[in-house]
Design a protein around this ligand. Sequence first.
Ligand SMILES: Cc1cc2nc3c(=O)[nH]c(=O)nc-3n(C[C@H](O)[C@H](O)[C@H](O)COP(=O)(O)OP(=O)(O)OC[C@H]3O[C@@H](n4cnc5c(N)ncnc54)[C@H](O)[C@@H]3O)c2cc1C
Length: 393
Amino acid sequence: MLCEQALCTGCRACENKCPTRALTMKEDGEGFLRPFLDTSRCTQCGLCRSTCPVLNTPAQAPSQREPGTYACWSLDETIRERSSSGGVFSLLAKEVLKDGGVVFGASFDEDLRVRHTYIEDFEQIDGLRRSKYVQSDTGDCYLQVENFLKAGRPVLFVGAPCQVAGLNAYLGKPYENLLTLSFICYGVPSPKVFETYIRYREDKHKARAARLSFREKQGSGWSNCAMCIEFEDGTKLRHPLKQDPYFVGFGRHLFTRPSCFECHFRYPNIFSDMTLGDFWGADKLEGLKANDDKGVSLVLTHTPKGEEGLKRIAPHLFIQRRSFEEALKYNPRLKSSSACPRNRSRFFEEFAQDTDFERLIRRYMTNTGWKAGLKKTIKALLGEGLIHKLRRG
Ligand SMILES: Cc1cc2nc3c(=O)[nH]c(=O)nc-3n(C[C@H](O)[C@H](O)[C@H](O)COP(=O)(O)OP(=O)(O)OC[C@H]3O[C@@H](n4cnc5c(N)ncnc54)[C@H](O)[C@@H]3O)c2cc1C
């Protein structure tokens, strides 16, 4: 028996471990990968169960102490501008690559699908950089990580907290030459919804999308970054996040993976050496001059290896120690999951039947649609009624 369907994170640890290939990952109706069992091939060895990070999450959290908490940004302006937050990932990657290592992270393929891949040269770093707000497919990268580790190469692995937990569960033992980074995770959206969004943009634009950045800082800054799509005909589309339907849906958790609503891998159940995030609210912190809106990373170190990694890149960083409470204040997802919105299942029912994505956008993913208009009218009417009532005594 695999873990409960609603809790499965799609990490692929069980599939990678299965000795008879009885498990294969297939897309479910919402577009998330899950393991499917071919009972004719299953020998009931139980390896899938004992590898599953959800079934084996220790009741006693692995992170026994409060993490080291830092506000940081790269002193290299290009790295900072090309990264989602303060560029800490790029600096760590540079160090590992300098040592002859390998860096695993999420990248777009030629069809803009998000997949885990690896690089061995800093020249290739840009593909891995920046947040892709879609669940990444880890493919067979746990096996590749294991091969590099066994060959003695240093490995940096970056992924969602559940993917790092999946990697550790797959490896089954600690490796001195492995450094793991997870990010504070809002929740991972459906790859199928993202793909539909891209096809919708391409249809409207009458050109193939070539590149996409979820968080373009250039021109508008870190706190007002924009969704940016470059098309093959050379044109560009740039939307402030608040106005981009995909981002509105992401923000509302309309197409977030079900397991994210009951995530087993939030603090203190962290399995990575470090956690990276945005230090939202940094401009309000006493003694930290972070008003340039170029991006501030929140770095949490959970292990001595994580501390050591941060120490190595410290000469290339602005770095200041902060309290864990300050980090938690603006980043609740560090500790707790969001609630599942009530209209999520209705959205997916309509998504399964409806080929008109624009209609779904109008119904579910707009900040200025008829619903908002109606709400405004009702509010205004109620307000007026209340004023009348008050006037009448
Ligand atoms: C789905 C998602 C949700 C997030 N939610 C929050 C949040 O609620 N609060 C917060 O503070 N930060 C969140 N982050 C993290 C944040 O956006 C930055 O990625 C992080 O601060 C690192 O920034 P950086 O400047 O150091 O590195 P960047 O150069 O931005 O590097 C980002 C790293 O993350 C990896 N990555 C990107 N997308 C994915 C993906 N889909 N799956 C696996 N790995 C990926 C990249 O390969 C790269 O290694 C989220 C990131 C993602 C992908």
